[in-house]
Design a protein around this ligand. Structure first.
Ligand SMILES: [Ca+2]
Ligand SMILES: [Ca+2]
Length: 307
């Protein structure tokens, strides 16, 4: 077994035959040298909604000593997406015949799901017909031309939904209530409607509201104003794509889900909204030290649990 160091630090391995016996040396003149990148140029701006200029064009020049350049692989790194992960994209090209000297183009086509913002070409790999691979990182690429670009994508939803208003459909719930006509063990639900807005732009279905969660907690004299041992939530999801303004129904069964709940007055303290692109916003009520005054959006913000 023979280890060899390729350009850019990638380690490759060449295996000989012989079932573990001493390996034969490569034939004289055997190509063990990876291709070399001599220049790189990335188109600086791409707009995914443009009819022209919606592709990232990467112009490259490379050479190889003997067997010839066979394939090119590119990796792009973008901004952090709404899911909290850094966006990554790839492009590659195989040449129909290996060449000793090559000038050409590799294309990456971002789409309406691509995270907009500043992107970088962070890796180029060149492989010759013998499998020797040269790997160029971001630092090496910066010395060979241009490697940064901007992706414009007005179709990508990067904004969290907005809460317009809300209405608590029940303001009291009795511990001994039963569902009319139902078995005694069936839960009795509390419901709230939320009017929520999520964007539409340029005729594209951007994202749309996906789900909401309301948290109520028992009012206490604690400094936080909230007894977190006594809380319940109402939840709702849209189930299909709805953009623009939409009334979302949420519900929960306080006594069924939390048998330990004490009776008394519970205050709406948090609203979480999530859209289909994963953007989310957590609104915290002023009673909890937050910035959202739910009393300006809801006619009433309390639910009372009674005997
Ligand atoms: Ca070579
Ligand atoms: Ca949105």
């Amino acid at each position: 077994m023979r280890w060899k160091q390729c350009v850019g630090g990638l380690v490759g391995v060449a295996l000989g035959g012989g079932g573990g016996a001493a390996l034969a040396a490569p034939a004289p003149g055997y190509d063990q040298t990876a291709p070399q990148l001599t220049s790189v140029q990335v188109s600086p701006v791409v707009d995914v909604l443009a009819s022209e200029g919606n592709q990232v064009l990467v112009d490259l020049s490379a050479t190889d000593n003997l067997t010839g350049l066979r394939s090119i692989y590119l990796q792009f790194t973008g901004p952090e997406g709404p899911d909290g992960y850094t966006a990554i994209a790839f492009a590659s090209r195989s040449l129909s015949a290996p060449v000793a000297s090559w000038q050409g183009r590799v294309v990456w086509t971002p789409n309406t799901d691509t995270v907009p913002g500043a992107w970088r070409l962070t890796e180029v790999q060149l492989t010759d017909l013998n499998g020797n691979t040269a790997r160029y990182d971001e630092t090496a690429l910066a010395g060979l031309g241009s490697s940064t670009l901007t992706v414009r994508n007005a179709a990508k939803d990067a904004a969290a939904p907005k809460l317009v208003s809300g209405l608590l459909l029940n303001e009291t719930l009795s511990q001994t209530a039963t569902l009319p006509g139902g078995y005694s063990w069936l839960p009795v639900y509390i419901q709230a409607d939320l009017v929520v807005r999520d964007r539409v732009q340029r005729g594209y279905i951007a994202s749309g509201v996906n789900s909401a969660e309301l948290t109520f907690c028992e009012q206490t004299a604690l400094p936080s104003g909230c007894n977190w041992y006594n809380q319940f939530t109402l939840e709702g999801s849209v189930g299909w794509r709805r953009t623009g303004q939409y009334t979302l129904n949420t519900s929960g069964a306080p006594f069924h889900d939390n048998a330990y709940l004490t009776l008394g007055r519970y205050e709406l303290v948090k609203v979480m909204l999530v859209d289909r692109a994963g953007n989310q916003i957590l609104l915290t009520g002023t009673s909890m030290g937050g910035e959202t005054d739910f009393s300006t959006m809801f006619p009433s913000t309390t639910i009372t649990l009674t005997p």
